[in-house]
Design a protein around this ligand. Structure first.
Ligand code: EPU
Length: 423
């Protein structure tokens, strides 16, 4: 198993360019199922999750070709409707095929993903919303078995602005009979991106980017060509890296308006933040000041940048309170950060981080994609060597992360892991 090895101490400087968002492109690929024919998605990152979504679509009878930064998807008239556990376990976003499959085929059999390293991740809002639209959904032998000879528009109130539930209901609503209203809908830029692509396909959607989405169902959609929105979480990761390493990084290909709160927090920590067009420059010339962070659905501080915010707090001057409101188990990586010498105390969904001037390198394990990136950043500001294992998590969401960090001056490489011990 490969590790990412970081030799700490570098000040990161230079330019880096980001591509499309993992959490958008996976749903755009799911949306392509809604129209027979050839859809092209561009600005696609080369990450494991995209490969896995390609495999899932292929199993449904779709032809998928990833050429450079474009994915070409040929959707046949007849689709398979079963997604097995092995596929959903590897890539949770496969659950986002439930809505499109019901809309296109009137049925679907999708394995329940189960819990993961960031929490229990229930599906009640996906299921409850689709049921309101006329689907009959049962859970049997670890599968959701859904039937809906025809979907009918309905008004659905979400208890929480769930990204995944909003996306499934949108993709079901675009081909349903009548009007679907999703209240307390998620407002993430990735949802707006999905609405844009669906509209290009001929869907009638009002309210994109607000908490009320109104969808007028149409008879059929057409395939399209669509460019994925930039990955604000990858942009935020590099912005945090600049602040933590007291460096100077310009991120190109970004949409600064998608990161307003994150950039505000970095400025509060003492960084100089300059946003111009599609570029963001973050410069830090002193030790960062500790800043509190509270994760919330967009436009709140993204939970996906919480591990990086915690790593930043670990080397900041003062104490910071980090509050995690989206995923119950996202503090699981705290024990790994503590292995690097961080002073963190958690109590429920709050963590108090007392900053230290330096962390100290150690072997640590990536518990999920974002925790993995946060640990690599922590390694960069630690003395000595940090080996981050289970790097497949990082590969799920960061394209060429090690190469990009090296380009910014970090001493980081992929190395073969130690032989496993047998007892
Ligand atoms: N929830 C429910 N019931 C539901 C749906 C969600 O209780 O029916 C709960 C979840 O358990 C969780 C919270 O609501 O506690 C938020 O879940 P949400 O549905 O918003 O998240 P998701 O769609 O499962 C996506 C991203 C996550 C990102 C979150 C929040 C993808 C593939 N995943 O997950 O990304 O953290 O939205 O922004 O889009 C990551 O990239 O590392 C990642 C985990």
């Amino acid at each position: 198993m490969e590790h990412i090895r970081v030799v700490g101490g570098a000040r990161l400087t230079g330019d880096v360019t980001v591509t499309g968002a993992k959490n958008s492109v996976l749903k755009l690929m799911a949306a392509s199922l809604l129209a027979e024919g050839h859809t092209t998605i561009t600005s696609v990152p080369e990450i494991l999750d995209v490969d896995d979504m390609g495999v899932v679509l292929t199993r449904l009878g779709v032809t998928v070709e990833h050429v450079g930064s474009a994915v070409h998807i040929d959707v046949p008239a007849e689709l398979g409707t079963e997604i097995d556990y092995a596929l959903v376990r590897r890539m949770r976003a496969a659950i986002n095929l439930l809505g499109p499959l019901l809309a296109r085929c009137g049925r679907a059999r999708v394995a329940l993903p189960g819990g993961d390293n960031i929490g229990s991740r229930a599906l009640d809002m996906h299921v409850g919303g689709l049921a309101k639209m006329g689907a009959q959904i049962e859970s049997e032998h670890g599968y959701l078995i859904a039937h809906a000879p025809s979907l009918t528009g309905a008004q659905v109130f979400l208890d929480f602005p769930s990204v995944g539930a909003t996306e499934n209901l949108l993709m079901a609503g675009v081909l349903a009979k009548g009007t679907t209203v999703i209240d307390n809908a998620a407002r993430e830029p990735e949802i707006v991106d999905l609405c844009t692509m669906l509209s290009e396909m001929g869907a009638q959607i009002g309210g994109a980017g607000t908490s009320t989405l109104e969808v007028e169902g149409v008879e059929r959609l057409r395939p399209t060509e669509h460019e994925t929105v930039p990955d604000r979480i990858v942009v935020g990761t590099f912005a945090m890296a600049a602040a933590m390493s007291q460096g100077d990084i310009t991120v190109h290909g970004a949409r600064p308006e998608h990161l307003e709160l994150v950039l505000y927090k970095l400025a509060e920590a003492g960084a100089t933040v300059e946003a111009a067009g599609r570029s963001i420059r973050v410069t830090m010339d002193r030790r960062p000041r500790a800043v509190d962070v509270v994760t919330l659905p967009y436009p709140g501080f993204p939970t996906d940048l919480q591990p990086m915010a915690m790593a930043l707090a670990a080397v900041s001057d003062g104490a910071a309170m980090i509050t995690e409101n989206v995923f119950e188990a996202r503090f699981m990586f705290v024990d790994e950060l503590v292995r690097l010498g961080a002073d963190v105390r958690t109590d429920g969904h709050h963590a108090v981080v007392r900053g230290r001037a330096k962390l100290s390198g150690a072997p640590v394990r990536a518990t999920d994609v974002r925790a993995g990136a946060g640990l690599v950043l922590a390694g960069i500001v630690a003395d000595g060597v940090t080996d981050v294992s289970d790097v497949f998590h990082i590969d799920r969401g960061y394209a060429g992360f090690v190469g990009q960090l090296r380009g910014l001056g970090a001493e980081v490489s992929r190395v073969e892991g130690a032989e496993s011990l047998t007892f």
